[in-house]
Ligand binder design. Structure first.
Ligand SMILES: Cc1cc2nc3c(=O)[nH]c(=O)nc-3n(C[C@H](O)[C@H](O)[C@H](O)COP(=O)(O)OP(=O)(O)OC[C@H]3O[C@@H](n4cnc5c(N)ncnc54)[C@H](O)[C@@H]3O)c2cc1C
Ligand code: FES
Length: 266
C-alpha cells in the first residue's frame, strides 16, 4: 500500500455530473488489480477531512508526468464537488491500491459483467487488463444500466475493446427501458456464463445475487460501504458475513469485491 501526493494530469467532465481525473502517482500503482480502490483526499484540508474511496478506473502509462491511475467520479457531495474543480498540476493525497479486486480464474471462458451507474468504473480497468492475456475469457459481455442516458458511461471504451454492451435506462432515454438485471437474466437463460461480476447500487447487486444463487453461477460483487480509513482501522465498513454471521467482514480489506457466497445484501 502506498501513501503519496499524486499530481493531477487532467480532470475532465465526461457527462453531466460525472468527471474523470488522471493522476500521476508513480510506478507502485502498476501493481493494482481491477476492482481495487484508492482513498483520495485534499492535502491539509480541514473540510473534507477524510479521504474518499474510488475504484481504480484504469492505469495510465508513463507520459511526461509519469505513470499513474484514473478515477471516474459522480459529483454527489462535498468531496466530489471539490474533486470536480481540481486543475492539472494540483496535488491530491492518495492511498492505495487497497482491498481485494476481482478474480478471473484462467478456466473462465464466458464472463458477464453487470454495472449500474459509476459501478462501470472498475470494469474499464478489468477489460483493459484482460486484453491480450492468454488466460482471458474468450467472450465478455457487459450489462450496463443507469437512470438516464447521461448515466451510461464509458460505452466507447468497451466498443474499442470489442466487448458487447447491453444498455438499459430507467427513463427509456437510451437502450431498453427496464432494469439492467432484465437483459442479464434473459442472456443467462440463453447462454450460461462461467462467472458473473457485478458493481453498482446495492439494490442491483441484491437482484444479481438472487439470480445467480438460484442458478448456481459463480459470482463476485463489488460492494459500496461508508469508508473512513480504507485499511481496516476504523471498522466503519463492517458487513455481516454469510458463512459466519458472528464475524463481521470489512469492505475495505475483505472486499470491496466479495464472492457471492460470502455475504448477504438484505
Ligand atoms: C470501494 C468503493 C469504491 C467507490 N468507487 C467510486 C467510483 O469509482 N466513483 C464514484 O463516483 N464513487 C465511488 N464510490 C463512492 C464514493 O466514495 C462516494 O460517492 C464519495 O465518498 C462521496 O463523497 P462526497 O463528499 O462527495 O459526498 P458526501 O457528502 O460524503 O455524501 C453525499 C451522498 O453520498 C452518500 N455516500 C457517500 N459516500 C458513500 C459511499 N461510500 N457509499 C454509498 N454512499 C455514499 C452519502 O450518504 C450522501 O448521501 C466508491 C465507494 C466505495 C466504498
Ligand atoms: S474503512 Fe475503516 S475499517 Fe474499513
Amino acid at each position: 500500500m502506498i501513501q503519496t501526493l499524486a499530481t493531477v494530469i487532467r480532470n475532465e467532465v465526461i457527462a453531466p455530473g460525472y468527471g474523470r481525473a488522471a493522476l500521476a502517482c508513480g510506478e507502485g500503482f502498476a501493481r493494482a488489480r481491477p476492482g481495487q480502490f484508492v482513498m483520495l483526499g485534499f492535502p491539509e484540508a480541514i473540510d473534507p477531512l477524510l479521504r474518499r474511496p474510488f475504484s481504480i478506473h484504469r492505469l495510465v502509462a508513463g507520459g511526461s508526468a509519469g505513470p499513474g491511475i484514473e478515477v471516474l467520479y459522480k459529483v454527489v457531495g462535498h468531496a466530489t464537488r471539490r474533486l470536480s474543480r481540481v486543475a492539472p498540476g494540483e496535488p491530491l493525497s492518495l492511498l492505495g491500491p487497497l482491498g481485494r479486486g476481482f478474480q478471473v480464474p484462467s478456466g473462465v471462458k464466458r464472463l458477464f459483467c453487470v454495472a449500474g451507474g459509476f459501478g462501470v468504473a472498475p470494469f474499464v480497468f478489468l477489460a483493459e487488463w484482460l486484453q491480450g492475456r492468454p488466460s482471458a475469457p474468450a467472450a465478455i459481455e457487459l450489462f450496463l444500466g443507469g437512470r438516464g442516458r447521461e448515466d451510461l458511461l464509458c460505452t466507447a471504451d468497451f466498443e474499442r475493446l470489442g466487448i458487447p454492451v447491453h444498455l438499459t435506462t430507467d427513463d427509456g432515454s437510451c437502450g431498453d427501458q427496464c432494469r439492467v438485471t432484465d437483459p442479464f437474466a434473459a442472456a443467462l437463460a440463453r447462454e450460461r456464463p462461467d462467472l458473473v461480476l457485478a458493481c453498482g447500487p446495492r439494490a442491483m447487486l441484491a437482484c444479481v445475487l438472487g439470480i445467480v444463487r438460484a442458478q448456481r453461477i459463480a459470482c463476485q460483487l463489488s460492494i459500496e460501504a461508508m469508508m473512513a480509513c480504507g485499511m481496516g482501522a476504523c471498522l466503519g465498513c463492517a458487513v455481516e458475513g454469510r458463512r459466519d454471521p458472528s464475524r463481521f467482514l470489512h469492505a475495505c480489506v475483505d472486499g470491496p469485491v466479495f464472492d457471492a457466497e460470502e455475504i448477504d445484501l438484505e
